[in-house]
Design a protein around this ligand. Structure first.
Ligand code: SAH
Ligand code: SF4
Ligand code: F3S
Length: 385
């Protein structure tokens, strides 16, 4: 049996560096809570820490490169520290090691590697240096709902609280690594989310940010009809809640019922993030987005008819394989039609395991850069007009 005294022998001060999206920041909060509840302490910086946890992203190659540089720095400056690689890049590394096709000798500098579904075994792993946990972590940690209810207690900077409602994604957009590194979509049971939000409210929280890769496909697993609309209405009825935001909703699942709920419930934020990705039907279909340009424009029209002051932001990818100048022009013209309040623009980046990885990345970096510049320029013109 592994000795509990092991805990006393390691430096228990930890520092977490977070990369990527809001979901990952939330996961870092869960890791922090898990470590604090297990006798570890927060350090003020990497330099002060005995344990450095990189909670990583892998959505584009740029994200990978950031982690590789950080690992390089840690190898040089912190050989005495325990380095824990966690999150989506960590999972990518694990998957690559298991896969014949993407097999890689990592040669990377780290002590432990945990995918997003394994992060709650970090405290045990560090405490007991338990090889068993390392090879096949405890199944208790796989219950996303229980983890959420017990460990989700970190506040956002504005005093709001984020609550995870789904984990993983089943959409398999052809460019996206998320379904591979975060696994299949799991909705957290309604009761657990409800209790978690009530717990937050009892601590003074008034605003809630609901998180998921595709929040509007939420469906409580116990059967019945506790879908995203039901969840929004039930949470907004909790006394003390003043605002509910959510990230991210998928255009293909934004049905009329949800439009009605968003437009009719005063507590639901009127800032909606609705990633369109591209304006050409050919590219949308190759991306496997599940809607076309007309569907998307219709959705925007319905939302704006329901609420004139709604604010809509989006994500756009330029340079997807096969994107011609004409296809790209369709993206620019869609921006002109919708007049988004805010856009996030990205150059297409081939990701291992994805379907698009099999297609030749035929748009040069120069053209991608130039198209992205034109997207930002167009957005500037729209906001100034
Ligand atoms: N689940 C969310 C966001 C996922 S990742 C959604 O579906 O909207 C955030 C954004 O990163 C995506 O919306 C997309 O615009 C971008 N992205 C994902 N994979 C990418 C890739 N391989 N190359 C470039 N951008 C990518
Ligand atoms: Fe990726 Fe698409 Fe899922 Fe979003 S909906 S996480 S872009 S696969
Ligand atoms: Fe990155 Fe994983 Fe989020 S790949 S964008 S940290 S879900």
């Amino acid at each position: 049996m592994t000795s509990l005294n092991k805990l006393n022998k390691i430096d228990k001060r930890f520092f977490i560096k977070t990369y990527g999206c809001q979901m990952n920041s939330h996961d870092s909060g869960l890791i922090e809570s898990g470590l604090l509840k297990n006798g570890f302490y927060k350090a003020d910086s990497v330099a002060d820490a005995g344990i450095v946890i990189l909670n990583t992203c892998s959505v584009r190659d740029h994200a990978d490169h950031k982690i590789l540089s950080e690992l390089g720095r840690l190898k040089k400056n912190g050989p005495d520290k325990k380095v824990v690689l966690a999150g989506c890049f960590a999972k990518q590394i694990k998957l690559k090691m298991e896969s014949e096709k993407h097999k890689t000798e990592t040669g990377l500098f780290f002590d432990y590697c945990f995918g997003p579904d394994e992060i709650m075994s970090i405290p045990d792993m560090l405490k007991y240096e338990n090889r068993y946990v390392k090879e096949s972590y405890n199944d208790d940690y796989k219950d996303v709902g229980l983890i959420e209810e017990y460990f989700s207690d970190k506040k956002l900077e504005n005093g709001a609280a984020a609550v995870k409602i789904t984990e993983g994604c089943n959409n398999f957009c052809s460019y996206c690594i998320v379904p591979y590194v975060r696994g299949e979509e799991r909705s957290i049971p309604f009761e657990i989310i409800y209790n978690t939000v009530k717990k937050q409210v009892s601590k003074g929280v008034q605003e809630i940010l609901l998180l998921g890769q595709n929040v509007n496909s939420y469906l409580s697993p116990e059967g019945g009809k506790k879908d995203f609309c039901f969840l929004l209405n039930a949470l907004s009825d909790i006394p003390g809640i003043t605002k509910i935001k959510f990230l991210t909703s998928h255009p293909k699942d934004f049905n009329d019922g949800l439009i009605e709920t968003v437009c009719g419930n005063g507590k639901i934020s009127k800032e909606i993030h609705l990633p369109v990705q591209a304006g050409s039907d050919k590219i949308l279909s190759a991306m496997n987005r599940g809607y076309n340009r007309k569907d998307y424009l219709k959705l925007i029209e319905k939302l704006r008819n329901g609420l004139s002051d709604i604010s809509i932001s989006t994500d756009i990818i330029v340079g997807f394989p096969g994107e011609t100048e004409e296809d790209f022009q369709m993206t620019v013209s869609l921006m002109g039609e919708v007049k988004f309040n805010f856009i996030f623009g990205f150059k297409y980046s081939p990701r291992p395991f994805t379907k698009a990885f099999e297609i030749v990345d035929d748009i040069s970096l120069e053209v991608k850069k130039e198209r992205l510049e034109r997207v930002f320029q167009k957005q500037k013109e729209i906001l100034c007009s």
